[in-house]
Design a protein around this ligand. Structure first.
Ligand code: FAD
Length: 269
């Protein structure tokens, strides 16, 4: 199938993106790396009247250390995230995204905005307590990543808003574990462990419509419980649904194992 016809605007600035989106009255779409949007267009699951290409806007593809955080510009390619040294957890997560071609085009902001329940970066964002900054007609605003994801492929971004950057706290200890059927496939289950300001946060992906915090598992650790007890608690507190790739009990078991591995990598016993 081919895309339905659309107008194409190559924006030179964030202001131009917002103006174009406002003018499109909800019918505009931002084009970043195109790795998720283009298949959606080709399948005619979306029919925007205008595509706003943000790839030529300067200054949106940098990764910078800022105190205890790392600021990631929206156009930062997954391959750049995988190579940077400021945030080792982000680098590890980015290495698990798809294949080389996808990592060289796909962007951090695009992944967060697309909100795929099996994507790596949204789980790291929730796991570390990242803050997403977006521009819109009323100026800029920031939101904790945990408040951005609404359901599968849906965020609380307005139709005329654009993510400009994501600020990820750098954990003092971290772990990342993923189970996928083949290298490069979307994850079946992802576990992220991040120690931020002396408390251990645990987030899971692939076990629901959005990334989830394993709050009960975190509490087990805070109360002096073991990693194995925390992994069991994580498995009990989630409500995965069965699909083509696995039953709910299978995902529960994988979640326990991924949490156990991520905690071990973080040195939490
Ligand atoms: C074969 C294949 C395998 C893949 N495997 C994985 C995988 O294992 N893990 C994974 O995480 N991803 C995977 N992906 C998806 C890939 O990571 C995409 O790059 C990512 O999901 C979207 O980023 P993008 O820059 O390509 O965004 P685009 O495809 O350009 O856009 C995606 C959506 O986000 C919106 N958008 C983009 N940028 C912004 C912004 N700045 N502000 C607001 N909205 C915006 C677009 O309008 C669109 O709705 C895979 C893709 C393919 C084709």
């Amino acid at each position: 199938m081919k895309c339905a016809p659309f107008d194409y605007v190559r924006a030179a600035s964030v202001d131009e993106v917002i103006r174009t989106l406002v003018g499109a009255n909800g019918e505009g779409k931002i084009l970043a790396g195109g790795q998720s949007l283009v298949p959606v267009l080709a399948l005619r699951m979306a029919r925007p009247s205008v595509l706003v290409d943000i790839n030529r806007i300067p200054g949106l593809g940098t990764v910078t250390r800022d105190g205890s955080d790392v600021q990631v510009g929206t156009l930062t390619r997954h391959s750049v995230l995988a190579e940077q040294i400021h945030h080792p957890l982000l680098a590890e997560a980015a290495r698990w995204i798809g294949h080389t071609a996808i990592r060289s085009r796909g962007t951090a902001g695009g992944s967060i905005a697309h909100a795929d329940p099996s994507a790596e970066l949204p789980v790291v964002a929730v796991g570390t307590g990242a803050t997403v900054t977006m521009a819109g007609p009323g100026g800029t605003r920031s939101l904790p990543a945990g408040e951005l994801f609404v359901s599968a492929l849906t965020t609380s971004l307005a139709e005329d808003e654009m993510i400009t950057s994501v600020r990820f706290p750098v954990p003092s200890r971290w772990g990342f574990a993923e189970f996928a059927r083949r290298h490069g496939d979307f994850a079946l289950v992802i576990a992220v462990v991040a120690e931020i300001e002396d408390s251990v946060r645990i987030a899971l992906g692939g076990v629901g419509a959005i990334p989830v915090r394993a709050a009960a598992a975190e509490q087990v650790l805070a109360n002096g419980g073991t990693a194995r007890e925390a992994a069991a608690a994580a498995s009990n507190e989630i409500s995965p649904t069965a699909d083509l790739h696995g039953s709910a009990p299978f995902r529960r078991a994988m979640a326990a194992e991924m949490v156990r591995r991520a905690l071990a990598q973080a040195g939490v016993n």
